[in-house]
Design a binder for this molecule. Structure first.
Ligand SMILES: [Fe+2]
Length: 139
């Protein structure tokens, strides 16, 4: 099952869209890695990279929110924080118990579902808001 970013997920802010595409690529790699039965070391690298990338990416969005006084920032940031907490918890479980195919599959499914919902609602709303601000700022 290949996972792909599609135009339907476009937020309209270039760096945010680029990062979303990379997140989907990483989530796809995670499943591919688990299906190929790769070693724990590589799996850990993928998971660590994904974890860091998610945090960097949320940072990008949150800097936009702060810079342009985004009214829904509190709710949006809470969604980010909740997702990071969930990710960390799952990663710890994998570190403790090892990664079964079932656990990886669940994790990847959850990441993709979360991204799909979050991008379609919160990130798109942020994109619409930022576009109005960016247009006025750059004129
Ligand atoms: Fe977001």
């Amino acid at each position: 099952m290949a996972i792909q970013w599609t135009e339907a997920l476009a937020v309209g802010i270039d760096d945010i869209d680029t990062q979303h595409k990379e997140l989907f690529r990483q989530a796809d790699r995670l499943l591919e890695a688990s299906q190929k039965g790769i070693g724990m070391e590589e799996l850990n690298r993928t998971l660590t990279f994904l974890g860091k990338y998610v945090i960097d990416h949320f940072g990008t969005e949150e800097r936009y929110m702060d810079r342009f006084d985004y009214p829904a920032a509190r709710i949006h940031k809470k969604e980010h924080a909740d997702f990071v907490a969930e990710f960390v918890k799952t990663k710890e479980k994998i570190d403790r118990e090892g990664a079964s195919l079932a656990v990886l599959f669940q994790m990847q499914k959850r990441i993709v579902e979360w991204l799909n919902n979050h991008i379609r609602k919160e990130d798109k709303a942020l994109g619409v808001y930022l576009k109005t601000k960016l247009v006025t700022t750059h004129r």
